[in-house]
Design a protein around this ligand. Sequence first.
Ligand code: APR
Length: 242
Amino acid sequence: MSQRELIQQFQEYLNHTRRIVFLTGAGISTESGIPDFRSADGLYSDPANLSLFDISAFLAEPAPFYRFSAKFLEVMEQAQPNPAHLAIARLQETHRVTVITQNIDNLHQRAGSRTVFCVHGNLEFSRCVKCGHRIATRELHPVIRQGEVPYHSCGGVYKPEVTFFGEPLPEEDWLYSQRAIEEADLLCVVGSSLVVYPAASLPGYRPRTCRLVIVNREPTPLNPEADLIIHGDAGKIFSPIT
Ligand code: APR
């Protein structure tokens, strides 16, 4: 089938569905200017970035993470929701839509999606790793913009409430995500390589009656189980979806 026919098939599935769950990854935001991790031009193509989101590396030396954050802050502030985020938000008008995202860019929320579970946390707040003092991350922006490390007055370093490798996932978001998938009529994975666990295990909670659609530039390990696979750019693929 041509991509146009595949998209028509996707729209057909949606027209006969009530409860949709989208599981999204960094790939849904690359057309908004935010690089993903594992594409050829992704963040991890630079080996220096491989331990950026590793909790033991961060606690040993937070400076590399905050030097990266100084650049990334600019990219995030310029990023706008793209047609994929907007189409997913639009579908709320006619469907019960749950978004489960691995992303921390807040683009689903800014696109208007109301039910968004962030299984890798989010950037909104940061905590002192020593005493647990919680602060809105934007209050640390002046320090972060300089590429400096933000410290709490107690001497502990602030860390954003993003799930680093080696940390547990936010329990509530995980449980709600699992439950949403257990009740889904259609699960659509968008822009994820599905190689990072436990997030990549979420599709396993779908009922046998749930259709599985994968929208991704490259094949994923879940492709053999999909009812429909559309390889290509999410923004383009979702543009005609209503
Ligand atoms: N449209 C569709 N797919 C895309 C697009 C696009 N515009 N851009 C990239 N992709 C695909 C890539 O081909 C890749 O398969 O999106 C996928 C992104 O995969 P990753 O970079 O591995 O991102 P993700 O799956 O979200 O990573 C999971 O890993 O590093 C951790 O915590 C981090 O949440 C992240 C987790």
